[in-house]
Design a protein around this ligand. Structure first.
Ligand code: 9MR
Length: 576
């Protein structure tokens, strides 16, 4: 199988910020530097120079050169870069490159909503659908969902929330990180001077049904999931009261495509877990401080749930979701939850200032340990979430401690910068197969989130430039010459694995909406389609834009939440 990778000159197919870095990668046999020309849409050469030969790139196996045309700062559209007889896809230079990506990436969450009819007038008629999983036949849930046999003797109304990904499952641990990132995207507009006040995330800016209700739309969207997370808590008076059920999904896997309202499977609550409980504690604590100015009653409900969840997790610190519980839904297992404890203690401390949370927080090995992995944070490793909030949300940590917390963010950002300089494709991840795993695109972006946070803390433009370069990789500067975001770039992913957006299988169904991020190259080839098609692939090539490949090409809320965070940050840097 030989993918069509188009021109050998690889650029960010969307564009570059006028004052930001502008890098490209060229696949060539040449070993000596080559001349390059930057052309306007009219074909005029507007800049030129020579490449830097970089040798063989480990992750792609390609001999490559890099081009740096950062010194060209004039806005324009339809520019192209020519090297070695090859001309890149066209791109823009504009301060507005990321503006629309901010709202597109957030629109994905509305399209994934469960328990509410999707309004075509808001996001396009092709996305309109009836509410899913409200017990209207053939649906069997989610308003009255029993536990799996033997797990509990009650049913819960767990309607709402977002479908996790290409399936119809709803998983608290993954809902947790996605909710955190949306709430943090908003909170950043309150804490970072570099966020320009956050008008772009205010009420009336997103395509959500709650727009114009006096509440910032991104909080409306996050609340849709928070209400679901709150419903997953074990009621008072029941065994494990205050704990949170790990997940709710179909009894058996369904085929593709399948609209949510057509899913006939019985739905089941799976056992509570410490990890899920701490995900509710952390996000409900964020909720309590962020919704207080808009809805004191809701903020109060969140505060109470956060505290009971945290206390329940402390009483039951080692209840783990089973790694084999993967029939009808993903396992999302995690048997190391010290990082979840740290994150939850941090959020509760930031919200309440209470001594007991500070004590737990500072006693955690994560408080002084390194929480920033070279390969990024994700749903299973969440200590970085707490650390980033401690570094940015005003709090009463002793000055020396706060200085150390913030220095840990810039130290991690320095390491990511050093790594992306080593990579000929400019991504802030080590260049071996271990960096290419299921959903790895979100880890690349999450490293960019750390770089961006370092910029917010220091205003050192090198950090902002690092975040931009990470997005160059995501938007086309890569071995496959593909943008992993639907609708963004000349050649973009559009057949992501999804039961809802099944256009590849049924032309009457829509493609994923613009702004949907694909999981990305996965060298472990964990689905049968790629195991056969891509056997022996170099890591950066282990991806295919086909709906059958769930291990390389799914959509997911925790991946799009990373995209929304970084798009919002970069939109704020437009005139940089
Ligand atoms: O994103 C998850 C990834 O980290 C795991 O390696 C993978 C296998 O367990 O599962 C991924 O999550 C999937 C979940 O299990 C079910 N819904 C779709 C998710 C995205 O592929």
């Amino acid at each position: 199988y030989e993918p069509d990778t188009g021109p050998r000159v690889r650029v960010n197919q969307v564009g570059y910020l006028p004052g930001g870095p502008k890098n490209a990668t060229v696949v060539t046999d040449a070993t000596e530097a080559l001349p390059w020309q930057l052309r306007s849409a009219a074909g005029t050469v507007v800049a030129s120079g020579t490449t830097t030969a970089r040798g063989v790139d480990a992750a792609s196996g390609q001999n490559v050169h890099t081009v740096d045309f950062s010194s060209y700062r004039t806005a324009g559209s339809g520019l192209t870069l020519t090297v070695d007889g090859e001309t890149s896809h066209p791109f823009d230079i504009s301060g507005a490159v990321y503006d629309q990506l901010r709202s597109d990436s957030l629109q994905f969450f509305y399209a994934q909503r469960s328990g509410i009819a999707i309004d075509g007038d808001l996001i396009g008629d092709e996305y309109a659908r009836p509410a899913g999983h409200l017990d209207v036949a053939p649906n069997q849930g989610d308003t009255n969902v029993p536990c799996q046999p033997g797990v509990c003797d009650y049913s819960l109304d767990v309607r709402g929330g977002w479908y996790d990904a290409g399936d119809h499952g709803k998983y608290v641990v993954n809902g947790g990180i996605a909710t955190y990132q949306l709430l943090n995207t908003f909170e950043r507009t309150r804490t970072a001077a570099t966020a320009n006040g956050g008008a772009e995330l205010a009420d009336g800016t997103l395509r959500v049904p709650e727009r114009d209700n006096g509440v910032p739309d991104i909080l409306d969207e996050a609340r849709w999931e928070l209400e679901f997370l709150l419903r997953m808590q074990v009621p008072a008076g029941k065994p494990l009261a205050g704990m949170v059920h790990h997940k709710i999904h179909d009894q058996n896997w369904t085929g593709l495509p399948l609209a949510p309202q057509d899913d006939p499977q019985p739905r089941e609550l799976h056992p509570p877990s410490t990890a899920a409980t701490l995900n509710l504690a952390a996000t409900a604590a964020q909720c309590a401080r962020l919704y207080a100015p808009y809805d004191a009653a809701f903020a109060g409900r969140c505060a109470a749930a956060a505290k009971t969840a945290y206390a329940a997790a402390k009483a039951h610190p080692a209840v783990y979701a089973s790694p084999t519980d993967g029939t009808g839904g993903g396992a999302y297992d995690d048997s190391f939850v010290a990082d979840e404890f740290y994150w939850a203690a941090a959020e509760l401390y930031l919200t309440t200032g209470a001594q007991n949370y500070l004590t737990d927080l500072t006693a955690s090995p994560h408080h002084t340990g390194n929480v920033f992995d070279p390969r990024g944070f994700g749903w299973q490793s969440v200590a970085a979430l707490g650390r980033l909030d401690l570094a940015t949300v005003p709090n009463g940590l002793p000055a020396a401690d706060l200085t150390r917390v913030r220095a840990s963010v810039t130290a991690a950002a320095d390491a990511y910068l050093a790594e992306l300089r080593r990579q000929a494709y400019g991504l802030p991840m080590p260049g071996d197969a271990n960096s290419y795993f299921w959903g790895g695109n979100s880890n690349v972006i999450n490293n960019a989130v750390v770089l961006a946070t370092a910029f917010d803390l220091t205003r050192n433009p090198a950090y902002r430039d690092g975040a931009v370069q990470a997005m160059d990789y995501v938007l086309g500067r890569n071995a496959l010459n593909i943008s992993y975001v639907t609708g963004w770039g000349e050649h973009a992913a559009q057949n992501q694995h999804s039961r809802i957006f099944g256009h590849q299988l049924d032309p009457n169904l829509p493609r994923p909406p613009a702004g949907s991020l694909a999981g990305g190259p996965n060298a472990a080839l964990q689905d049968p389609f790629v195991a056969q098609l891509l056997a022996g692939c170099a890591p950066m090539f282990c991806y295919v834009d086909d709906i059958n490949s769930y291990s390389t090409n799914e959509v997911a809320i925790n991946w799009n939440s990373a995209l929304a965070w970084i798009a919002s940050f970069l939109a704020d840097q437009g005139d940089a």
